[in-house]
Design a protein around this ligand. Structure first.
Ligand code: DGL
Length: 283
């Protein structure tokens, strides 16, 4: 009976949830948005490790069999620690798609959009050394973009200004492949496309992450939880109504049920003592 936990600092992981839904439609998905702490992208590694531990403990207590870290920043900061702390749990992380970008580029110039913390951590440098030693890789942390997406703003003058400032120097340098190295960014892909033109490649690793989760599930011999579409259960450590609006707007899933959680001494607890609301039926 397969149940997968998925987490992110906020709504970004919904881009991964959508891909998981396509790959594994019958699986039950439990999604935690740590909106009390978003953005993760300017936080220290130690803070993110502590959040990732708390969320993982909560998800395991709900009976999940696998955890998808649907956040590049949390993967870079915490996935090694998570694997050490919970050796019995399969974890799937997400990293900027540098390897396919190095294969796809014709100009040899790649643009990567990710958070400051992702760029700063050694995992990202190792990725470049390993997969793109010949490429010229230009990076930009797109300051403020995660906050706009959290607020539901995925296009418009302010979003375009952030993207334009980021990609203009990349385009001038000849970049022909752009890597969405933050799970929030697939939601601004149309705005980015308008700036980089129809011929540039834009890479989102979410489908590959979902395929990896499906492969692990098969290897473990897990069966899906339901015969029809599996339920999706949403949690926010911030305002549940805000996450519900984001799920509607970004995924087009009407009226999702979102439950509130709060942090208490490094652990996640239910925000209300009342019985949890039923999960969103499969769609
Ligand atoms: N969605 C996250 C990522 O993939 C980070 C956004 C944030 O800064 O919280 O990196």
């Amino acid at each position: 009976m397969l149940r997968i936990g998925v987490f992110d600092s906020g709504v970004g992981g919904l881009s991964v949830l959508r891909a998981l839904r396509q790959q594994l439609p019958q699986v039950a998905l439990w999604y935690v948005a740590d909106q009390a702490h978003v953005p993760y992208g300017r936080r220290s590694r130690a803070e993110i490790v502590a959040f990732a531990h708390g969320i993982t403990r909560f998800l395991l207590a709900q009976g999940v069999h696998m955890v998808v870290v649907a956040c590049n920043t949390a993967t870079a900061a915490a996935i090694d620690e998570l694997r050490r702390t919970f050796p019995q749990v399969p974890f799937v992380g997400i990293e900027p798609a540098v390897k396919p970008a190095a294969r796809a580029t014709r100009s040899g110039v790649i643009g990567v959009l990710a958070t400051q913390t992702t760029f700063r951590l050694p995992r990202y440098a190792a990725l470049l050394r390993r997969y793109a030693p010949q490429a010229r890789v230009l990076e930009d942390p797109c300051p403020g973009l995660v906050e706009h997406i959290e607020a539901g703003e995925v296009d418009g003058p302010r979003v375009r200004a952030i993207l334009q400032r980021a990609v203009e120097p990349m385009l001038r340098a000849g970049a022909d492949v752009f890597v969405l190295g933050c799970t929030h960014y697939p939601f601004v892909e149309p705005a980015l496309r308008a700036l980089v033109g129809p011929r540039a490649r834009i890479l989102d690793p979410a489908p590959a992450v979902a395929r990896r989760a499906a492969q692990l599930a098969r290897q473990q011999g897990w069966a899906p939880l339901a015969a029809g579409p599996g339920e999706v259960t949403f949690f926010s450590t911030g305002d549940p109504a805000r996450l519900a609006r984001a799920v509607e707007r970004l995924l087009g899933w009407p009226r999702p049920a979102v439950q509130g959680l709060r942090w208490q001494g490094g652990a996640l607890v239910w925000a209300r003592a009342a019985a949890p609301v039923p999960p969103t039926p499969g769609r």
